[in-house]
Write a protein that binds this ligand. Structure first.
Ligand code: NAP
Length: 309
């Protein structure tokens, strides 16, 4: 016999954990499925400074441990290492296939977030874990006293470059334009940091190294001229993608693959909601993910009550 819940939440980041807390408080029998361990994207962030209520800042890990603990206070069951393979409509219910089991549910909140984009250049795949990283918080310590490159000009690149600058000897920020996309406060800190420099209008074209990264080849986007940047590490922050293939045609997506919702975070399929970074939205932060989780949970709770047989 299949397991059955009133609500399944897919993803244990800030949006999913908030949705779980709200559903449990609303008396909905919910289960959260997390493909690895709860925490989501903030686990890769050294210090979160813009989540209200923590004037001194808080480590991403500690903040997410608090989120998970808070959801558990209301009894939210969290199933770890539960990778959802597909979601489909089965009459008035959804069938959620996870690992090799199927769970039935009245409604679903998809909060499975995004994953880092790769640069797609020669040497990248071969040297992942051997000098190439997508997480400075996880791997920065391996580069103590060495020179590294950070690729990208967004909030992630600059925030992580600043944290690397506390550990490594020199951080070269390689950006394809001559202005950063990152928030002003981060930019100002980065420009003041004596251990950071900026290689403007440069794009990475190859990473070279035998067993470990030895150098990055970068190209001037205006002249096409190539040069070698000797570094031991390359930290990649060129954006993120949403993996929504497991939802088939149950949702509509924007051209970049993010899920389109209405104001109440409902998708094109009644009973299916999306929350957090996976959703088409303008601002991706812990604070906006929390708002999404709450709104999606309340939307789903109302849907369940309205369609009760
Ligand atoms: P992002 O904002 O999409 O920035 C990606 C950066 O990579 C951009 O500077 C982009 O250049 C560059 N880029 C893209 N493709 C490239 C390629 N093939 N080669 C070289 N460079 C490439 O991604 P993100 O920084 O990960 O941020 C994602 C979201 O999370 C954003 O909404 C951000 O505000 C949010 N976030 C917020 C915080 C915070 O509030 N503290 C921290 C982290 C992330 P262009 O600028 O030329 O497009």
């Amino acid at each position: 016999m299949s397991e059955e819940y009133e609500a399944i939440i897919i993803g244990g980041g800030p949006a999913g954990l908030t949705a779980g807390l709200y559903l449990m408080r609303g008396g909905i029998k919910a289960l959260l499925l997390e493909k690895v361990l709860p925490g989501g994207m903030p686990l890769n962030t050294g210090r979160v400074e813009n989540y209200p209520g923590f004037p001194e800042g808080i480590s991403g890990r500690e903040l997410m441990e608090r989120f998970a603990a808070h959801a558990k206070v209301f009894g939210l069951p969290i199933r770890e290492f539960a990778q959802v393979v597909s979601v489909s409509r089965e009459g008035t219910r959804f069938a959620v296939t996870v690992n090799d089991a199927t769970i039935l549910t009245r409604g679903v909140i998809v909060a499975s977030g995004t994953e880092p984009l790769k640069m797609g250049i020669p040497g990248e795949d071969a040297l992942v874990g051997r000098g190439i990283s997508y997480c400075a918080t996880c791997d920065g310590m391996f580069f103590k006293g060495l020179d590294v490159a950070v690729i990208g000009g967004g909030d992630s690149a600059i925030e992580e470059a600043l944290s690397l600058a506390n550990i490594v000897r020199r951080v070269h920020v390689v950006h394809r334009r001559d202005t950063l996309r990152a928030q002003k406060i981060l930019k100002e800190r980065a420009f003041r940091n004596p251990r950071m420099d900026f290689l403007w209008n440069r794009r990475p074209v190859e990473i070279v190294g035998k067993d470990q990264v030895e150098r990055l080849v970068i190209e001037d986007t205006k002249t096409g001229q190539r040069e070698d940047l000797p570094v031991s590490g390359v930290f990649v922050y060129v954006g993120n993608r949403a993996d929504t293939g497991f939802l088939g045609d149950l949702v509509q997506r924007d051209p970049a693959g993010f899920i389109i919702t209405d104001e109440g975070l409902a998708t094109a399929t009644p009973g299916l909601y999306a929350a957090g970074d996976i959703r088409k939205k303008t601002l991706r932060q812990v604070s906006t993910a929390v708002g999404d989780g709450a709104a999606a949970a309340v939307g789903l709770e109302r849907y369940i009550l309205a369609t009760q047989q």
